[in-house]
Ligand binder design. Sequence first.
Ligand code: G3P
Length: 226
Amino acid sequence: MIIINFKDYDESTGENAVSLAKEFEKVFNETGVPIVVVVHPFDLRNVVEACPNLAVYCQTADGYTLDESHTKKKTQTGRITPIMLKKTGATGVILNHAENPLVDDEIERIVNDMNADFPEAQIVVCAGSSERAEAVSKRVEVAYIAIEPPDLIGGDISVTTRPEIIEEAVEKVGDNVLVGAGVKTAEDITKAKELGAKGVLLASGVIKPKDGGTPYESLIALTKAF
Ligand code: G3P
């Protein structure tokens, strides 16, 4: 599985989110490799409507606001709630990305709210280390835990250059580990899979390819690892 985080790059937000997602949907249609795009909540509906074949996750979710007796308030304002995500057509969500961190209590609360009102959603919780991944996996059961060493995010050094992190995470968390940060090539993905990861989470490698190729070409190249 290849999960592409659109972040807030100009190339992957607003109208560009839709055109880029369409390119990636083409790759999915042509190769059958499971591809997920993770878009900003403002772009979610447009991308979902433009790409009916593509899995589209939201970049975050909120838990419900509670009243004094700790039950969900009858109405909610401005929150990215599980029900709103479901209505918008998201197929999943990522939580606790290094660029949008949450404490463990918040993660647990959001996962519980998602399980209550949108249980079919795929939830990916990010963690910066195998220790944090283990702590999170003890608190919540989710589709995947994604390990992304924060210092490698957005750079050219792949997480797979630190194989011990991936091996440790797989040992501590189980077989639902994804890895990300600095992933740029099919070889990186092959290595990640050999180390026990189920797939990768990446951004700059396909959204801002440095080799002069297009995002479509970069993603096609990555699918060769599957
Ligand atoms: O969520 C994926 C992201 O944090 C990794 O970014 O640019 O290193 O692939 P990048």
